[in-house]
Write a protein that binds this ligand. Structure first.
Ligand code: SF4
Length: 356
């Protein structure tokens, strides 16, 4: 059991613009704009803000043909690949790919039957675009819902299986699959069941995770559970909040799960009655001042001699605090004592030197 944990499931590589999903490539981060897609200026600005914040791929809703027209202009100015999110009308998917979308997300439960799905898939094949078959617990096919008595994990899997078999039988490839439920347990079970059935990469996330800390935690629990099982090739955190927050949270989850590295890892203690410096603002200031750094570096900020020297010695740079100051460490070696007021500057300087 233990040896199977964290071993990534082998998947086909699927191209989405200049990003490869699956095939052993790094887990990519996605988000979705929350502007009206028909407002080109606002949507393009949000797409590029997300790309600058670390989104590898951004999806936009395409609810009508005006949005398709806007998509052309958005695609022309976007700094990352663009996915068109389609529901109900397969014509919008076809038109979006003609407008330049690198990938379309379609929901087999509401695209109007297999023939429409096939029309989308044939267009995608001709244009070299990818398709995400995005099964969602809120929009499963009626007969599947009746068969399972509700949106059970097995029902999500059957919906995806049907579409995949149908598309594969027609020679269609470049597929990405998602099986999303707002329940963490149902989502994890669905992906785990599907994993043995296909080599197409998985887009993972917990749909409609909600606002604030609850949404962040629900997403973290679901996504990290999947990553622990080796499942997940591209990730989207769905928060009732800013897409920039979604990108930030997705990256934090990937880094915490050791599935990616985006910058330094801060190891700081929670503080307690033994702490004799004001450690919380020190840790916050160091994290803030190193947030532009991309190197993977462990920075330990510890409150007392209990665990301090051990953690600080194991980190690339660290401080083990005592009364009114702390002992600095770099790569396991003691550098000397620093007063409390100078800890932040000293750690930031050491971290930047260590990253060179
Ligand atoms: S390292 Fe020391 S100060 Fe920090 S939580 Fe542990 S015992 Fe408390």
């Amino acid at each position: 059991m233990a040896e199977r944990l964290f071993r990534r499931r082998k998947t086909h590589a699927v191209r989405c613009g200049d990003v490869i999903i699956g095939g052993g490539s790094p887990v990519s981060v996605q988000t979705m704009t929350k502007t009206d897609t028909r407002d080109v200026a606002a949507t393009l600005a949000q797409v590029n803000q997300c790309a600058e914040a670390g989104a590898d791929i951004v999806r936009v809703a395409v609810p009508d043909m005006d949005a398709v027209e806007a998509l052309k202009k958005i695609k022309a100015g976007a700094k990352c690949p663009i996915v068109a999110d389609i529901h109900f009308d397969y014509n919008l998917a076809v038109a979006s790919m003609r407008a330049g979308a690198d990938k379309v997300r379609v929901n087999p439960g509401n695209i109007g039957g297999r023939e429409n799905l096939l029309k989308v898939a044939r267009e995608a094949k001709e244009r070299g675009a990818a398709i995400r078959v995005g099964v969602n617990s809120g929009s499963l096919e009626k007969d599947i819902l009746e068969k399972y008595g509700g949106p059970e994990p097995e029902a999500l899997v059957e919906s995806a299986r049907r579409s995949l078999e149908f598309l594969e039988d027609h020679g269609i490839g470049d597929l990405v699959i998602s099986l999303k439920s707002s329940s963490v347990k149902a989502t994890v079970k669905a992906y785990a069941l599907m994993a043995g059935e296909t080599r197409w990469p998985f887009h993972i996330g917990i749909t409609e995770a909600g606002p604030g800390m609850g949404g962040v935690i629900k997403s973290a629990v679901g996504i990290s559970s999947l990553l622990t099982l080796g499942l997940g090739d591209t990730v989207r955190v769905s928060l009732t909040g800013s897409p920039l927050e979604e990108v930030k949270v997705a990256r934090e989850i990937l880094q915490a799960a050791e599935a990616a590295v985006f910058g330094p890892e801060i190891i700081s203690c929670p503080t307690c009655g033994r702490t004799q410096v004001n450690l919380i603002p020190v840790a916050e200031a160091v994290a803030e001042r190193l947030k532009d750094m991309r190197a993977h570096l462990k920075v330990a900020i510890m409150g007392c001699p209990v665990n301090g020297p051990g953690e600080a010695r194991e980190a690339d740079v660290g401080v083990a605090c005592g009364r009114d100051g702390g002992i600095l460490f770099r790569h396991g070696k003691v550098l000397g004592r620093v007063p409390e007021a100078e800890i932040v500057d000293a750690l930031v300087r050491l971290a930047r030197e260590a990253a060179k």
